[in-house]
Design a protein around this ligand. Sequence first.
Ligand code: 5GP
Length: 181
Amino acid sequence: MKIKLSDLKVLFSEEQIQNRIKELASEMNKFYSGEEVYVICVLKGAVMFATDLVKYLDMPLKMEFIRLSSYGSSTTTSGKVNAVDIKLPDLNEKNVLIVEDIVDTGLTAKFLLDFIACNFKTKSTKFASLLDKKIFRQTDIEPDYMGFHIDDKFVIGYGLDYDGYFRNLKYIAYADKSLLE
Ligand code: 5GP
């Protein structure tokens, strides 16, 4: 591991993240108004966001966890999405809320939205992402719910990793690009 905790600069504090999640949850509570929802958490990065978000949702919900990967151990996307584990229940006629950590190129989100559209006739499909990094976008994906915009930074913490590390941070941070190369 090249990066140390002391190299990281805080981008969004624990308090900022939690406050924003509460705001997003309140928008979702209004939209679903008590209807049942299937929350699909995209592992591993979205685990913190999804588990904090559901604490503030007040409709009946079920959580599903799927695993996709596009990064490996580098800090740039491979451009290919691998469905590592995408077993899902029958989502026909269900409200589906996909929960992601970050939309970067948008390829992961597109893969998943296409997968759901091809396999199920859902009642609704919404896509929530804690972070939105538009600069490298290769698709026309726009999250329905979005926590924060970020510019050209590789972010770490609160579920997001650097080579598998730092997912446990309560905040989101970044390191200077020179340290990532
Ligand atoms: P996309 O398919 O939109 O390019 O990328 C989606 C996935 O790439 C995210 O779910 C996340 O796992 C990873 N990713 C994209 N940008 C970053 C970043 O700045 N930091 C980290 N740790 N992962 C990222």
